[in-house]
Design a protein around this ligand. Structure first.
Ligand SMILES: [Zn+2]
Length: 508
């Protein structure tokens, strides 16, 4: 195959849960000499915007596909969140109630490969021919050789990447080195939740990854592949520390709201909450999303108050600053997401709207509000310009909001709610409170979380280096869905039509 390519091989390393500011600080302090080498001899961005919410799914799935959640019967990668309820459009008529998907359950994790939409392609599937290595990826649809179906240590993840160049014959019958290798380091995320982003063990693990990266680079040099290989490095999201941790189990008990039981199809609500909460309620049945009126006059199954206004009830959760919910008339191609928020000055509840139309790259979104602009876009000259009550595409939101809190959120919220698997009401405490409550149970008291739209969560590192073919370039901004099309361009391969990101070589 003749390709107009800059390199013959690409290697992508995804470090889970690393903020751009933390990684670049360590690089500047000289603690990550090999990553520094990639930055100094390649393309880098310390202002790469991930998808919203800043949770492993959707973020990691979006990196690997170069697309976002969406109305997956038609477009989008179908992975709305780490937790979701299997509701369909139109609603299933099955007597069996919808299951709860929870990728935090190791036995369900690899089901992501089945859950992912048929209208998108993973990076593995976008490579037309050649050997492909997935080292420890959860999402590996299309990879010819897959390792990491069980829990590997970090050294093993890199060892496979190295071995595939030293001894390709152990992996591939044609004895050729892989054209694409992807290594996914999830242990950084485990340590962040357990110990925090400032803990020595977490930082040391990033330093360790740098050392293994150095071994990989040495192997590429030794085997003569370095000059023809691009190495990409990215993270799925950042993180933050919640100010207060509260156990929500007593709150729901007091309200008489019973958690959903997917085996029996009973219960009033399903939710998972870090600092943001994603609530599902039954409509006509659990297969149906409820209407706004059904949520305003909710029929509680237990001893709770009949005709409960769920919106008011959720506002009683400590620290809630805003909520999102979809309009009853929404269609995949056009609709409204309602925003309720507390006015900073008056403390009164206000209403805003995100209107959307179109799909994929062409999706446009418009943001209007009463009173104060909740996102504070109006406080900044550049972002204030986009508050013109007009529809804008993702690239315009990115250009206008990449430098402030809540980057590209107006584009992202409709992509989430269009997905039939999305929840009915989102709440957020904006990091003031953390709850760690999933499906009826408080899981932990760790204040180290990631989900909200602040920069600490939304801005990740983006680095591509290796081959001396690359120009040295520092990008002002980019987005995580740009990684796949950039690596494909380096290989001389056209990305699949579902890819929403663009090659970073096309940025000014
Ligand atoms: Zn993650």
């Amino acid at each position: 195959m003749v390709r107009n390519s800059k390199v013959n091989q690409v290697i992508l390393i995804i470090l889970d849960d690393v903020r751009a500011e933390h990684l670049f600080k360590l690089i500047n302090e000289g603690k990550l000499p090999n990553m520094r080498n990639l930055v100094e001899n390649g393309i880098s961005c310390s202002n790469c915007v991930t998808s919203y919410p800043a949770i492993t799914f959707p973020c990691y799935g979006n990196i690997v596909t170069g697309s976002y959640s969406g109305y997956f019967p038609k477009e989008g990668n179908a992975l709305p969140l780490y937790h979701w309820l299997n509701r369909k459009d139109p609603p299933s008529t099955s007597k069996k109630p919808p299951f709860i998907r929870n990728y935090g359950d190791r036995s369900q994790l690899l089901k992501a490969n089945k859950d992912i939409g048929k209208n998108v392609k993973t990076i593995f599937e976008q490579i037309p021919e050649g050997n492909i290595l997935s080292s420890s990826c959860f999402l590996f649809r299309g990879a010819y050789f897959v390792v990491g179906k069980s829990v590997y240590d970090v050294e093993a993840i890199f060892k496979h990447l190295i071995e595939a160049f030293e001894h390709p014959e152990t992996y591939f019958p044609n004895k050729e080195v892989p054209i694409l290798s992807v290594g996914y380091v999830f242990q950084t995320d485990d340590l962040m939740h357990e110990l925090g982003f400032d803990h020595t063990n977490y930082i040391n693990l990033i330093v360790e990854c740098d050392r293994y990266l150095g071994s990989l680079m040495n192997t590429l040099k030794k085997t003569g592949y370095y000059d023809s290989t691009a190495i990409g490095l990215i993270s799925d999201h950042g993180n933050f520390k919640a100010k207060k941790i509260v156990d929500l189990e007593p709150f729901f008990q007091e309200k008489g709201l019973i958690p959903y039981n997917p085996e029996k199809g009973t219960g009033d609500f399903d939710c998972n909450i870090g600092s943001m909460g994603f609530f599902n309620f039954p409509g006509d049945t659990w297969q149906h999303h409820p209407s706004i009126q059904q949520m305003q006059k909710f029929k509680v199954s237990g001893k709770g108050k009949q005709g409960m206004n769920l919106f008011n009830t959720l506002w009683e959760i400590p620290g809630v600053k805003y909520m999102y919910y979809r309009d009853d008339e929404n269609k995949p191609e056009k609709g409204i997401i309602h925003i309720e928020y507390l006015d900073k000055n008056s403390g009164k509840k206000r209403h805003g709207m995100i209107e959307y139309r179109g799909f994929g790259k062409d999706q446009q979104a418009k943001y209007t509000y009463e009173g104060n602009d909740f996102y504070q876009y109006s406080d900044n000259e550049k972002s204030a310009k986009i508050l013109d009550s007009k529809f804008h595409i993702l690239e315009e939101w990115l250009e206008a909001t990449n430098h402030i809190n809540f980057p590209i959120i107006i584009d992202q919220i409709p992509r989430y709610f269009k997905n039939p698997r999305s929840c009915d009401i989102i709440i957020s405490t904006l990091g003031e409170y953390g709850f760690n409550y999933d499906h009826g149970v408080t899981q932990s008291a760790s204040p180290f979380i990631h989900d909200i739209g602040i920069r600490e969560c939304m801005i990740v590192p983006f680095i591509i280096g290796g081959s001396p073919e690359f120009p040295q370039k520092e990008l002002k901004y980019c987005k995580t869905t740009d990684m796949v099309p950039t690596l494909l361009e380096l290989l001389g391969i056209k990305p699949h039509s579902s890819v929403i990101g663009k090659s970073v070589f096309n940025y000014p």
